[in-house]
Design a binder for this molecule. Structure first.
Ligand code: GAP
Length: 514
């Protein structure tokens, strides 16, 4: 079995074993692509959400929050284009009976070609060392030039066929490239069809008066329809942003890869309203700013890359993904979209209400342009969790499983461990917890030998273990062990709060972003 698949399986089983993620309604055999977050998962998810919220809302004077409802008037989705255009092109394999997104099949094929180019580049880099000129190599090495051109041509043709709604050509492309069913290898495909991703439901008790609704497929529209409410009541001046986190629902055709593609998921979105003409400037600004935010978590700069869209969504004039190196390869983590005035204008048209801003400096009314940043909370969770899970061989030859979560996001910041269950050590440990718990999520653990307890906390992702021993009774000091370096230091009990603050607080991590 491929190594990547092994790693991914380990991620999924570790998430379950340590109370991070369970399949939904498991006792009834679960529900496909729906998941529940356990005792640790709920904390990690909350911390990621808070890390985003604080950096976007609290740290920006000109960004405010919103909590719009999931149900919205059905005309919202006509105006936004989701009724007509929120479709995925699907294709079935006649032999394996498996259904796929046609664009994903093609993108995966193109990615394999790109990987061939990247392999050649990596080999040459190794061979030539410091003298290596990557840009020159990319334009002169015949094999790399061929791979890169092939990759580009495939994506460009797919983008243009999808834009023209030419589904026959999408199928023709799959056949020309010789793409087989990833499960069976069969190349016996149906035609490509469009499939709307929105979930429908009904509002109202009686069958006659019930109104057809959709569960929102993105949180963004709640922001657009409230644009003037927030701008006027908050006396906001352009440029300004409205941020929101919340559930979104999509009837994904191919829901796989664990919490990467779910049918019920959470988004963290921000719409930044700007003067027309300033959209490109802010699009570039938010691309850089969001990438920096991701990198602040220390998961490795090499695990991120931008992917500029060839195929633009119906509302965008420019769009890029921040892709992350998930256990199954580089895939979209966040989207940054320059949405023009598409949404506000469409809501003006469909509602008959003006959604304009009076610009005092220019002395004119206009519909602002919008730059959006949109990241999936569950995808962030998968990125953080999968990159943090490590198997390490220690100096003595033994091995340990350690979840090196960024300390600011870790569900439990410290475990307090009495060395033995007697002599007043548990009581002192409880006293320490009594002080720390006001500001930090801390745990108490007295079961098993202390070495085993360290391993348990390592696997759980707890960044610090504080051990209370006999010396603690005499001089009010404890040892604090760092999960990642495994080094221990003796410190005064009265210093613990300051140390944990320095190592785990939002302030100490977010100041790195400045
Ligand atoms: N408002 C723009 C928008 O919704 P999108 O690219 O469709 O754009 C934004 O989605 C982000 O939401 C994605 O980058 C991804 O992180 C997350 N996302 C989208 N569909 C998802 C799904 N089915 N499961 C989990 N996360 C998803």
């Amino acid at each position: 079995m491929a190594k990547k698949e092994d790693t991914f399986k380990k991620v999924i089983s570790h998430a379950k074993e340590y109370g991070y993620i369970f399949g939904s309604s498991e006792i009834y055999d679960g529900l496909s692509a729906v998941y529940d977050y356990g005792q640790n998962g709920a904390e990690l998810k909350k911390n990621i959400r808070e890390y985003w919220w604080k950096s976007m809302v609290q740290m920006h004077e000109n960004i405010v929050g919103l909590d719009a409802s999931i149900f919205m008037h059905p005309t919202t989705w006509k105006a936004s284009g989701h009724v007509d255009a929120f479709n995925d092109p699907l294709i079935d394999n006649k032999d394996s009976k498996k259904r796929y997104r046609a664009d994903v099949l093609i993108e995966d094929h193109a990615e394999k070609i790109l990987q061939k180019a990247n392999k050649e580049i990596a080999k040459a880099k190794k061979r030539f060392g410091d003298d290596f000129d990557e840009e020159q190599f990319k334009t002169t090495n015949p094999r790399v030039v061929k791979y890169l051109a092939e990759n580009k041509a495939i994506l460009a043709r797919m983008g243009s066929s999808l834009e023209k709604e030419d589904l026959e050509d999408v199928k023709a492309l799959i056949e020309e490239l010789g793409i087989g069913c990833p499960e069976s290898g069969s190349k016996n495909w149906t035609d490509v069809r469009q499939f709307n991703l929105m979930f429908g439901t009904k509002l109202g008790a009686s069958a006659d008066s019930a109104m057809d609704l959709y569960l929102r497929p993105e949180t963004a529209q709640g922001i657009f329809v409230n644009f003037l409410n927030v701008q006027k009541t908050g006396r906001m001046k352009l440029p300004f942003g409205i941020a929101q986190t919340g559930k979104a629902f999509r009837n994904e055709i191919v829901a796989r890869q664990f919490i990467f593609r779910m049918r019920e998921f959470e988004q963290m979105e921000m719409q930044f309203f700007v003067r027309p003409g300033e959209d490109q400037k802010y699009y570039e600004y938010w691309k850089e700013t969001r990438l920096k935010w991701h990198m602040s978590l220390g998961l490795g700069e090499e695990n991120y890359r931008f992917h500029d869209h060839d195929k633009l969504a119906h509302y965008a004039n420019a769009a890029a993904d921040i892709e992350f190196n998930f256990p199954f390869g580089f895939k979209e983590l966040e989207g940054i979209h320059s949405r023009t005035d598409f949404d506000l204008k469409a809501h003006e048209e469909f509602s008959g209400k003006k959604l304009q801003y009076f610009d005092h400096e220019l002395n004119e009314n206009y519909v602002p342009y919008v730059v959006e940043t949109s990241v999936g909370l569950d995808r962030m969770f998968l990125a953080v969790f999968s990159k943090s899970l490590k198997e390490e061989t220690l100096e003595d030859g033994s091995s340990r499983t350690v979840l090196k979560l960024p300390a600011v996001l870790a569900p439990t910041k410290a475990a307090i461990l009495p060395l033995v269950k007697k002599d007043g050590l548990p009581e002192l440990a409880r006293e320490i917890i009594g002080e720390l718990k006001w500001n930090f999520n801390v745990a108490y653990d007295e079961k098993d030998a202390v070495g085993r307890r360290y391993r348990r906390q390592d696997a759980n992702g707890t960044p610090f273990c504080i051990t209370v021993d006999h010396q603690s009774l005499e001089d009010k000091t404890v040892t604090i062990r760092d999960r990642d370096t495994m080094e221990q230091e003796r410190v005064a009990i009265t210093d613990l709060e300051r140390i944990l603050e320095e190592k785990t607080s939002f302030k100490s991590w977010l100041t790195k972003l400045k």
